[in-house]
Design a protein around this ligand. Sequence first.
Ligand code: MN
Length: 131
Amino acid sequence: MTGTTILYVEDNEDNAYMLSRRLRRHGYEVLLAEDGAAGVAAAKEQQPDMILMDLNLPVMDGWAATKALKGCDLTAHIPVIAVSSHVLPGEREIALAAGCNEYETKPIDFKQLLAKIRQFESLLTSPARSM
Ligand code: MN
């Protein structure tokens, strides 16, 4: 176990299943939410260490959900990695402008994603972790 909890907000069942399985195999605890509003609610309630955010989501899209998270005292500190199959020019910039801390394109390069997750893990500063 890494002691790190990741909330994955994803409406595509196959993606949610595949990626959460791989992350769990690497010792992460993975929470799932299938739309943006559910993702925001789960983040407030469960206080994950970081969030993987699909951008194309029902109810509330990933950009709006990220803005909501970054505008809320309970969740503003949680790193958000956008995960998107969009390859539109400028999309990375738009995601970062919405408050995402990082951006990865689908299909996921798992090694690269893991490297980014570990980068954010090294910045986590709860007292329990510094012991
Ligand atoms: Mn989607």
